[in-house]
Design a protein around this ligand. Sequence first.
Ligand code: ADP
Ligand code: MG
Length: 248
Amino acid sequence: MTQTLDHKSTLSRLAIDCRGVTKTYGKGESEVVALRGVDIQIGMGELLMLVGPSGCGKTTLISVIAGILDRDGGHCEVFGRDYMKMSSRERTRWRGEMIGFVFQSFNLLPTLTAAENVSVPLLINGMKRSKAVAKAKDVLARVGLGERSKSLPSQLSGGQQQRVAIARALVHEPKLIVCDEPTSALDHDTGHKVMDLFKQVAVGEDRALVVVTHDQRIFSFADRIARMDDGHIESIQDKKDVSTNLHE
Ligand code: ADP
Ligand code: MG
């Protein structure tokens, strides 16, 4: 990481600052307004969970926050930086260092082993292959897949594939981890283990974690829970106010 990035990130107290963010897919009759003006601020050191009904814009919002998708309007700064003001090369490099993303569909590369999949972010950031694979194996062991590092994704169960995807998001110790339903395919104990690991690796005074989830079993890990509906943030609850009957 360059000095400029460190300097910028410590200057800003907010990890994420979104104001009036809009996003529309398609044109004309097929137009879908996914984000209608999203306001959300996420502090350094915070674990924010994002809940809401299917189709309300959760994946779209975290994709904008992770720099995978361009917003149409509004403001969005991540650690004081705006993707729209970066060149595509700078954005790719910055995202590679700073962001870990767990996709809902895992997005593992089918021809690579678990360890090779997990080592991808390290290789992209220039680490030597042998070192990267060793580190990948280490993180796989921490998600309980030490024995499966040589398996291809097709040889793993859904829950195991999900843990490979989680290991890949953690391996380069990014400052922001964004997860789309990271525990959906995991049993209760494994889900808790994974959330513990996220808290260890991803929550620190210069870091943040955003988790889209329907999984009430992990709500207790959140600092705040933001509820989305129809393209905007409807309400945000502090953990102490979160009742056990918070559905969807
Ligand atoms: P959620 O993650 O909360 O289920 P999404 O962000 O995936 O919601 O989707 C928000 C809305 O945008 C939905 O109506 C969805 O159908 C639509 N949408 C999402 N991705 C696309 C896309 N690539 N093209 C067109 N419409 C999309
Ligand atoms: Mg989604």
